[in-house]
Design a protein around this ligand. Sequence first.
Ligand code: NAP
Length: 454
Amino acid sequence: MPMTSVNPATGEEIFRAAGHRPQQVEAILADAANAAPAWRDLGVEARCKLLEQAAKQLDSKRDELAELMSLEMGKLIGEAKAEIEKCAKACRYYAEHAPGFLADEQIGTDASRSLVTYQPLGTILAVMPWNFPFWQAIRCAAPAMAAGNTVLLKHASNVPQCAVAIERVFEEAGFPDGVFRTLLVGSDAVDALVADDRVHAVSLTGSDAAGRAIGKAAGAHLKKSVLELGGSDAFIVLADADLEEAVAHGVKSRFQNAGQSCIAAKRFILEDTIADEFLERFAAVAAELVPGDPRAADTTLAPMARADLRDELHAQVTDAIEKGAKVVTGCHPLDGPGAFYAASVLRGIAPGMRAWEEELFGPVALAITVSDADAAIEVANSSPLGLGGTVFTRDKERGESLARRLACGSAFVNGMVKSDPRLPFGGVKQSGYGRELSRHGLMEFVNAKTLWIA
Ligand code: NAP
């Protein structure tokens, strides 16, 4: 299958390559499998030294890689640079902490010595999305490789150049052949990869549809899986919130990366006494975002990554408007080339609308008004998704107690949800299962093996 990248800001095709043919896929699988025993036996300290080298590579190639991301999927250049820096930080985090995370744990039992030792599973298949093309791949690969696994990356089909560039980062950092390989294949190749005996586990970051397909394949072949799927995160603003702060965090969370973030604030759940004021301020800031070339420093609204994704978003918005939702601002594609969509706010979202049930993966904020904090939690938890959630209130204690009641993987008080290598990341309900980042992420792809010595 040919791989193409289209500049989302112009609609022009900028790259085309033949995908890997079956014989090439076979050779790459064999490489990863052959590399696994030596990589495991190299020891964690030596593996971590190489991760430090990968961090240096990322730092030194930051501008070049950011430019590529910006061209290939439309990310604002400033956000793209920050993404590469965050990848380097994650590599350094695991380089520093993996030896401690993987240390044997002595446990007192009836044995003369009993302990838990952490061993790699083998080869991990990473099926990744285009929205944070470097971050998603590296946050999965860095801990998996630190633990002694080899990694096969099947990246999203619209970012083949990023996929190849990530492989090159590890190659130039001095990783042994086969430890990290990119497969240029479409989603139709994934079932066979999961089934292959040389693949021991699979990690997907992507949509719920992909999650169902990969979860099914992993189950059929009894392989470990981690699924990081979509979110429709609640952003609750209570009557006592600092509205200026809430608006600033809300706008950033909803519109960065053209709204294409799993943990973007998607449903703004507002206590009725401040709803109008919040929305007025929020819409005013959103309306000031400037669409344009994502590589230009003064552009503040990126294009969406693909025209078909923009059209699907507009179909969700149109459905809501037809069923009674009200446009506060935007809610239409922007004229001209490229996959731009106006920074948008829709209020009056209700059950029965697609926007109530589904994730809106683009620059559209949904507003729902509620009478009090209990009603806010009820609306927040009514979603089938459970990735992140935010509560804004000046009463931090109350904020914490409400955050504890949110049915999600990450709940933030007075701050937008963001990922951090030190904290676990993942969802509940249809947002998937398993965790990435922190010690929890590293532990997903190890065998916690008991040793018992009489
Ligand atoms: P996607 O269409 O599910 O694609 C993600 C990856 O899965 C791609 O590599 C894709 O390959 C592959 N894929 C798609 N359908 C598949 C199938 N049936 N079987 C096997 N593989 C399949 O998702 P996306 O549109 O790229 O990304 C957006 C979604 O990812 C959103 O729902 C977002 O919330 C979610 N996401 C979640 C997180 C998280 O951490 N929870 C982070 C970022 C994004 P092709 O490109 O070749 O189709």
